[in-house]
Ligand binder design. Structure first.
Ligand code: COA
Ligand code: AMP
Length: 632
């Protein structure tokens, strides 16, 4: 690392309060901040105390007031139905203010929660911004989750309203949302009085008159609600993410920190400013969607691309290049798995040659480890720097990245770059000591973390402390393991918990085990993540059946696959399971999941010293071979 990047990093590390005070001058405040960083009650830290601000104003109104109302805010491009829509900042302001008025008319006020369960359509962004406008707290749930998962989030967030659409679109399949919403409301203990639903043409939902409202009718009849002052530390949103159990964690995003940090990141990490076209090919249901489809590009006055489709099959592997060329995208962000899917269909990158990519400058990848092959393939076919960067739902924005807007540093394949200024990332051994450069350990962040990171979990300080702050005092545990080399580049290698990463989607094997264990014929089970050439990892279940079960194993396996699909959702991609006689365990009864993973992946492993009965490992190997699930 040389020059400018080092200078910025030094400034942020030596005086974080001064560094962030300067960044905070770049956003619009309603009431000025009195304390930049309140560290009076560690390990709880608060940024920008005393300030009042509005997320929607900073994303939309400020640009209109500055005379940029005609600039395109959102380009909606559906590769599934072939529709394109260009929404200006002024048009967005009108729609958001109307939607906010509908919320107010239905009794939603400051601090109330609203669940948004929507596909990748502009109405999803309008709904999110409308909540921000009136200080309501949105919780967006990814459309690939089933009713039971939605019900868990309803019960935890206790929303006053659900905003949804009649359907989502997957290639070749219309996913009806309304039956799912009705089921989730039925399943949850917390009751919902209002559902606001956008009817899409390809599927009309049946409405319940006393509860459901039509989006178009409601917005047409509405007035324009104003932006209200929101306290810096009040939640902008809650986003549920997988933990080690079946109960998701409600990550809270503090309003002011999220605005200041995201705006800073757009210029300094992604090199995008006013008028630039930025595209994050993810989903609004994930943190990437919250931060880099919706908020950050709009805070920065960019044009954000809202893409409905997949990297392949909608209609083919050239879709991403078509969108980049047609909309003059400058910076793009997606998951490595999307690139692997394109590479599989077009290994030599012939399709990209058909397009004018002259506006395209930077390709960012995150969400899972980026294998060097994929990184080099992107660099070769795109001819622009490909930047792996690392972060998570909890942090809301990148922990490690090549900060291209400060100084483009050399790219090292396999690394997600150096720690971004203001992030003090360290590697710690199980014994709690900092390890030498190049040695693997737990990746932790010294407290306090920068603005925009989670201050706690929704109404659960105890789980927040236990999950993240109790392993290493004074540090936030990311749940990732890896190393930092002598140049300060971070290499994220694996998780230290039971979370797996399937096609860039974060999933809990613990949650899947809970579903498997609920099957009446299952005595015991384990779910592990195993290597997959396309999706990075996929789940694999091991089940021990109850003694004397008369039913055929194949029937039971088909049922448990279906159970995971209907209880967690298709996004879990749980398609494989095997019946075994016993599970390998330590003498204290802990299931040896890492050893099972090595057996499936045909990797060498040391015999665990504490194993109860080594013969079980051979039995597992045999069962996998018979089921054709052992990888070669
Ligand atoms: N609503 C309903 N169902 C959904 C859904 C949604 N929003 N999103 C995914 N699903 C379903 C899919 O239809 C699929 O169902 P199937 O089992 O019937 O085929 C299942 O969930 C798994 O979906 P997905 O993980 O998307 O796999 P895929 O095989 O359809 O596509 C990729 C594979 C690699 C092309 C795709 O996963 C991809 O583009 N990944 C990039 C992910 C990404 O951007 N992650 C965000 C982090 S940056
Ligand atoms: P999510 O909270 O869904 O964004 O998932 C975050 C997790 O995805 C991280 O904790 C990592 O395990 C993984 N992850 C994200 N980005 C990267 C990356 N660039 N390299 C390796 N793992 C990553």
């Amino acid at each position: 690392m040389t020059g400018l990047f080092n200078e910025v990093k030094k400034h942020a590390d030596t005086d974080p309060a001064e560094f962030w005070a300067a960044a905070a001058e770049d956003v619009s405040w309603i009431k000025p901040v009195t304390i930049i960083l309140d560290d009076a009650k560690p390990p709880f830290y608060r940024w920008f105390v005393g300030g009042e601000i509005n997320g929607c104003y900073n994303a939309v109104d400020c640009h209109v007031e500055a005379g940029h109302g005609d600039r395109t805010a959102i380009i909606y491009d559906s590769a599934i139905i072939g529709v394109k829509e260009f929404i200006s900042y002024a048009e967005l302001q009108d729609r958001v203010a109307r939607c906010a008025d509908v919320l107010l008319q239905n009794g939603i006020t400051y601090g109330d929660r609203v669940i948004i369960y929507m596909p990748m359509i502009p109405q999803a962004l309008v709904a999110m911004l409308a909540c921000a406008r009136i200080g309501a707290v949105h919780s967006v749930v990814f459309g690939g989750f089933a009713a039971a998962e939605l019900a868990k989030r309803i019960d935890d967030a206790t929303p006053k309203m659900i905003i949804t659409a009649s359907c989502g679109l997957e290639p070749g399949r219309v996913v009806e949302y309304k039956p799912l919403i009705d089921d989730a409301i039925e399943l949850s203990s917390h009751k919902i009085d209002n559902v606001l639903l956008y009817q899409r043409e390809m599927c009309k939902a049946v409405m319940i008159d006393s509860r459901d409202m039509d989006w178009d009718e409601a917005l047409a009849a509405a007035g324009h609600a104003a932006c209200v002052p929101v306290k810096s530390e009040d939640p902008a949103y809650i986003l549920y993410t997988s933990g080690t159990t079946g109960t998701p964690k409600g990550v809270v995003r503090p309003t002011a920190g999220h605005i200041v940090a995201l705006k800073w990141s757009m210029q300094n990490i992604f090199s995008c400013g006013p008028g630039d076209v930025y595209w994050a090919a993810s989903d609004v249901g994930w943190v990437v969607g919250h931060s880099y489809i919706v908020y950050a590009p709009l805070f920065a006055g960019c044009t954000t691309v809202l893409f409905e489709g997949k990297p392949v099959g909608t209609p083919d592997a050239s879709t991403f290049w078509r969108v980049i060329a047609e909309h003059k995208v400058k910076t793009m962000f997606t998951a490595p798995t999307a690139m692997r899917a394109i590479k599989k269909e077009d290994p030599s990158g012939e399709l990209v040659k058909q397009f004018d990519m002259s506006h395209f400058k930077l390709q960012f990848l995150a969400g899972e480890r980026c294998d060097p092959d994929t990184l080099h393939w992107c660099e070769d076919i795109l001819g622009v720097p490909t930047i792996d960067h690392w972060w998570q739902t909890e942090t809301g924005w990148p922990i490690a990245a090549n900060c291209t807007g400060i100084e483009l540093l050399p790219v090292k394949a396999g690394s997600s770059g150096p720690a971004v200024p203001s992030w003090d990332v360290q590697v710690i051994s199980d014994e709690g000591h900092q390890v030498a450069a190049g040695e693997i350990g737990s990746l932790v962040i010294k407290l306090p973390m920068p603005p925009g990171t989670l201050p706690t979990l929704w109404q659960n300080d105890e789980r927040f402390l236990k999950s993240y702050l109790s392993s290493f005092e004074g540090y936030y545990a990311t749940g990732d393991a890896g190393y930092i080399d002598e140049d300060g580049y971070i290499f994220v290698m694996s998780r230290t918990d039971d979370i797996i990463n399937v096609a860039g989607h974060r999933l809990s094997t613990g949650a899947m085990e809970e579903v498997l264990a609920g099957h009446p014929d299952v005595a015991e089970c384990a779910v592990i993540g195993v290597h997959d050439a396309l999706k990075g990892q996929v789940p694999l279940g091991f089940v021990v059946l109850k003694t004397g079960t008369p039913r055929a194993g194949t029937e039971i396996l088909a049922e448990i696959v279906q159970r995971v699909r209907s209880e967690i959702g298709p996004v879990a991609a749980f398609k494989q399971a095997v019946i075994v006689g016993r599970l390998p365990k330590t003498r204290s009864g802990k299931i040896l999941r890492a050893t099972m993973q090595k057996i499936v992946q045909n990797e060498d492993f040391p015999l665990p010293a504490t194993i109860d009965d080594p013969v079980i490992l051979e039995e597992i190997d045999d069962a996998l071979q018979q089921a054709g699930l052992k990888q070669v």
